[in-house]
Design a protein around this ligand. Sequence first.
Ligand code: NAP
Length: 258
Amino acid sequence: MLTPISGKSVIVTGASKGIGKGIARVFAKHDANVMIVARTEADARAVAEELGQQGTGNVSAFAADVGDWDSQQAMAAACNERYGGIDILCANAGVYPQTPIEDMDPSEFDMVLNTNVKGTFLSVKACLPFMKEKDYGRIVLTSSITGPITGFPGWSHYGASKAAQLGFMRTACIETAKHNITMNAVLPGNIITEGLDGLGEDYLATMAASVPLRKLGVVEDIGYAALFLASQEANYITGQTIVVDGGQTLPESIEALE
Ligand code: NAP
């Protein structure tokens, strides 16, 4: 049993659907105060209302773009005002359009890097002063197996962005360590979300067949990894990664799965 996180204040970016919503649900169930962040305010509000029923904490919405510095500063200030600080940041917002290099407009490359890498940097930078003030903080990044470990056609920009998050983390966590702020990353495999659903049934079936556990993950699988990394018990872990992929990255060949 982990030390309860009830009453802790948590920001989850990209929490209006998918993995972010799953992370937010797990924290809300464990009685934390959770701020649901996404660009589309109506979606964030609807999720805040739904998750507010899960535990005893307060769940609220805030519309912000992780790629915009003013917006990130406003997000951090709002969390501090609503919940009296920021204990935990789950920097999860990310985009993954699938486009081969030859067809990719350079602006799409910039957009993916701006959201996934600069967005991570900006959300961390905005929350740091509030964490430093309390000499306490837990930051959990949502990276991916794509980029740090594997590759997939169409995701060159995405893979670069997810690997870059880890490069960022390995220096940032040293800078924050003296303030008792840890930073770790969860690397999901293929998790069933609205975003992944859009890639089609064939893609989902092929992916499930390539996973030793023979199923895709669910968003709460990532939520519980994030909860552990944000817990008191993970206080001596920083700059590390947890792969949550049902064993997907392990088989040496197709034969290994037979
Ligand atoms: P998703 O279902 O498409 O949801 C993305 C969320 O991020 C939404 O809430 C979206 O809301 C928000 N968002 C997008 N751009 C944003 C921005 N610039 N500022 C603020 N919020 C933004 O995505 P997902 O599949 O849950 O993926 C979430 C994270 O997990 C990503 O970092 C992704 O790389 C990672 N991941 C996913 C999988 C998977 O299998 N699904 C696997 C590995 C890693 P708005 O559009 O309203 O802003």
